[in-house]
Design a protein around this ligand. Structure first.
Ligand SMILES: O=c1[nH]cnc2c1ncn2[C@@H]1O[C@H](COP(=O)(O)OP(=O)(O)O)[C@@H](O)[C@H]1O
Ligand SMILES: [Ca+2]
Length: 462
């Protein structure tokens, strides 16, 4: 024992290395290999530390642009060292919006980018001067730019990058200005809602599922068990994988996410009008004869002489949704050959956002001054019956909250929303769901939109 220790004490470091080199080699090869595998893994795993960092008094701001298909919005958030949201002035976020979105200028990238100037200036003004160079700015474009195609959208994004460089002192990481893929958009939305509800870190079955009905696309996301995640089918060609792994508040989640391009509410109008191809459509409110423009194309939108009909409109909506599909004989599908994720506890409580809330409010069965409302899919069907039975001239008195441009499509929108929830996503007509515009967080309410999820990722990775 003593002798051994004496030898050990007099060994020099290079001697030790030489003596143990075999052992060192055996230990280091797997470490190097594992590190390489982790570094080269495709980006399906997200890790947001969500445990703060930085100095004791450090506040972190994030500026996130939501370049949506129907409008552009900016959100500015401020987080404390625990990554809790803290107020900027009187609210928990600065939120500004304008219409139209970037995709309304497909041939003029400079003008498209310049449409963000007022939002950018106001957002930057709300960040303390000394923190601006440290504050991340991100621009996430969704369905509008996705549908424009690579070249046109890349030109617009490049113009936005130049605008940020020339006009702003905020920090732009590589990939700060991008078209989000639908899975990213859906998972950010899930993080936003569950962060605000403080369910992150709890077992997956205690989290809530989300549906976000935009103008161009619709996303569904909910946490599933590891076992179900392992059975996920391969996605259709060109689509993102169904499951994303995420580490949040010390827990690993398997998130089922899917985004359906062309099935946002405004895009779905076009799909439904395409089914009747240039002739009358049973979803158009009685007495209306006009055209509907979407994505640079005009569609005939004319009521049938016998008027609109819920049942006939449902049939057309089902055709547009492609609910019956040959791919779905060996797995449970939503629609269009898409796996439904298997259901489970993470889908028990559904928080349904954007146009679901907006249309329910316009149709009058939800109070727009409240941040959330509990409804059932059947409420959309009931409102649809009334909308499909009215004449154009009665619209203003029967549905005083409906915007004039939406009136001819009220029957269509409500039937589509019902069909999407029940026949598409497989919810029961009587299941209670939460329509959400904002989520209460302490005394304040925060917009129920994906940019908060993106902000959390940005400040966690600083
Ligand atoms: O921050 C938000 N709070 C609440 N609703 C939002 C917010 N951002 C977008 N929306 C809603 O999203 C819908 C428009 O979708 P959008 O233009 O984002 O299409 P996309 O997501 O398909 O690109 C509208 O119903 C609008 O009220
Ligand atoms: Ca959106």
């Amino acid at each position: 024992m003593t002798a051994k220790r004496a030898i050990g004490r007099h060994d020099s470091v290079p001697d030790k290395i030489r003596r143990h080199r075999g052992l060192l080699l055996v230990i280091s090869i797997p470490i190097v290999l594992i590190t390489l595998v982790i570094l080269l893994m495709p980006g399906t795993t997200s890790e947001y530390a969500l445990n703060g960092g930085g100095g004791a008094d450090s506040k972190k701001y994030a500026v996130i642009f939501d370049a949506g298909s129907s409008g552009s919005r900016v959100h500015v958030y401020c987080f404390d060292k625990n990554l809790d949201l803290v107020p900027l002035e009187n609210e928990l976020e600065l939120f500004l919006q304008l219409k139209p979105g970037l995709s309304a200028y497909p041939n003029d990238p400079r003008q498209s980018a310049n449409s963000l100037v007022t939002l950018l200036d106001k957002a930057e003004d709300s960040v303390p001067n000394e923190l601006r160079p440290k504050t991340h700015v991100r621009v996430g474009a969704t369905a509008g730019l996705r549908a424009l195609g690579h070249e046109a959208s890349e030109n617009i994004l490049q113009a936005v990058r130049e605008l940020l460089k020339d006009r702003s002192r905020l920090k732009t990481e590589a990939n700060a200005v991008t078209v989000l893929d639908g899975t990213q958009e859906g998972s950010y939305q899930w993080v936003t809602i569950n962060y605000l509800l403080k369910t992150l870190g709890k077992p997956y079955s205690e989290t809530v599922g989300v549906v976000d009905l935009g103008g161009g696309s619709v996303q569904m996301a909910y946490a599933i068990s590891e076992k179900d995640a392992a059975t996920a089918p391969k996605p259709l060609q060109g689509e993102d994988s169904y499951v994303r792994e995420m580490y949040l508040k010390g827990r690993k989640y398997f998130l089922y996410v899917h985004s359906y391009l062309h099935y946002g509410l405004l895009a779905a109008r076009a799909e439904i009008l395409k089914v009747s191809e240039g002739s009358n459509n049973p979803c158009i409110v009685t007495g209306y004869d006009g055209t509907y423009k979407y994505g640079g194309t005009a569609f005939k939108a004319a009521a049938s002489p016998s008027g609109a009909s819920v049942d006939e409109c449902k049939r057309v909506a089902l055709k547009a949704l492609k609910v019956i599909d040959s791919v779905c004989t060996h797995m449970k599908c939503t629609f269009g050959g898409v796996w439904n994720g298997g259901g489970g506890g993470g889908q028990k409580n559904m928080f349904v956002a954007s146009f679901f809330f907006d249309r329910a409010a316009e149709a009058g069965f939800v109070d727009p001054s409240q941040p959330v409302a509990t409804v059932r899919p059947a409420d959309f069907e009931k409102a649809a019956s009334q909308a499909c039975n009215m004449k154009m001239g009665e619209g203003k008195t029967k549905f005083p909250r409906v915007e004039e441009d939406n009136l001819p499509y009220l029957c269509l929108d409500l039937v589509y929303q019902y069909t999407l929830l029940v026949d598409g996503f497989g919810l029961k007509p009587s299941q209670t769901i939460t329509l959400v515009k904002k989520v209460k967080y302490g005394e304040h309410a925060v917009e129920a939109a994906w940019p908060l999820g993106s902000a959390i990722e940005a400040v966690s990775s600083l």
